[in-house]
Ligand binder design. Structure first.
Ligand SMILES: Nc1nc2c(ncn2[C@@H]2O[C@H](COP(=O)(O)OP(=O)(O)OP(=O)(O)O)[C@@H](O)[C@H]2O)c(=O)[nH]1
Ligand SMILES: [Mg+2]
Length: 250
């Protein structure tokens, strides 16, 4: 871990890495190994939604074997947004300084964790960004995905007034004291639009944003969970938030 991150009085910042999982049985253990390599002192929280492939049991075994691993089990697939929200609440309650969220499918390579944490010296939210120089997507070029991602980013920048380039990825680090200032109950997103919506609320509490380049990779194992219903819901939620912003209600 980099040394130039802001220390809390009397010690280094307490970092919680949050992993939401749904059917990530093949990915979880090697991912945790790799996170431990790049952030040996960070605690790890796995939020599993009763994955049919047994990811939750694997997480429990890892928590028994390794130090500083926490597991939240939820009754069923309740959405990525609510899983991250639960991790925020856990981080606030347990007095962490930084919450670093990443996907559990190796799309977010752990080698970028140190630069995300280093950026917290000057920012309240650090975004692992595909869309700034040095960032990008590695591997197979998926036209549909690229189109959706570019479109949703433009849309979110326009409606939510965001200046950051990558507003739809979830590889980010947040300052927990800023999350604690928000009314988290206001968040409407249950699924993927959480990523754009939370940036909007971060802006309302005066967060300073930074971006550091990442190279996104296609998932190593398992299948994608995003569907067109989720995508439509994301457009609707961002539209409503944007209207509220224009009407001066937020
Ligand atoms: N706990 C929980 N985790 C979820 C849920 N939906 C997705 N995830 C996890 O959130 C992360 C991102 O989901 P992905 O399915 O990889 O979505 P994606 O990155 O848009 O799609 P692909 O990478 O193409 O598969 C992964 O770690 C998933 O296991 C959910 O409803 N609950
Ligand atoms: Mg993924």
């Amino acid at each position: 871990m980099s040394n130039n991150i802001e220390a809390r009085p009397g010690g280094p910042p307490r970092v919680l890495v949050s992993l939401a999982t749904y059917n990530e049985a093949e990915n979880l253990e090697p991912l945790i190994d790799s996170i431990r390599f790049y952030a040996p002192d960070a605690a790890i929280l796995v939020t599993d939604d009763n994955s049919p492939d047994g990811t939750g049991e694997i997480a429990d075994h890892l928590a028994e074997r390794l130090k500083n691993i926490h597991v939240i089990h939820r009754r069923g697939k309740l959405g990525l947004g609510t899983a991250i929200l639960g991790a925020f609440e856990f981080a606030i309650k347990n007095d962490f300084d930084f919450l670093l969220n990443m996907d559990a499918d190796f799309s977010h390579p752990p080698r970028f964790i140190p630069s995300l944490l280093a950026g917290m010296a000057n920012n309240d939210v650090m975004i692992g960004s595909r869309y700034i120089p040095g960032g990008g997507v590695e591997g197979e070029f998926n036209l549909k995905r690229k189109f959706m991602s570019t479109g949703i980013n433009m849309y979110a920048r326009t409606f939510l007034g965001l200046r950051t380039r990558d507003n739809s990825g979830s590889y980010r680090c947040y300052r927990v004291s800023k999350l604690a200032q928000m009314d988290l109950k206001k968040i409407r997103s249950r699924g993927y639009s959480f990523m754009e919506e939370i940036l909007f609320w971060c802006k309302q509490v005066g967060c300073k944003f930074g971006e550091t380049p990442i190279l996104f990779e296609n998932r190593r194992a398992g299948i994608s969970k995003i569907n067109s219903r989720e995508a439509a819901m994301a457009l609707w939620i961002i539209f409503r938030l944007g209207l509220g912003r224009l009407a001066g209600r937020v």
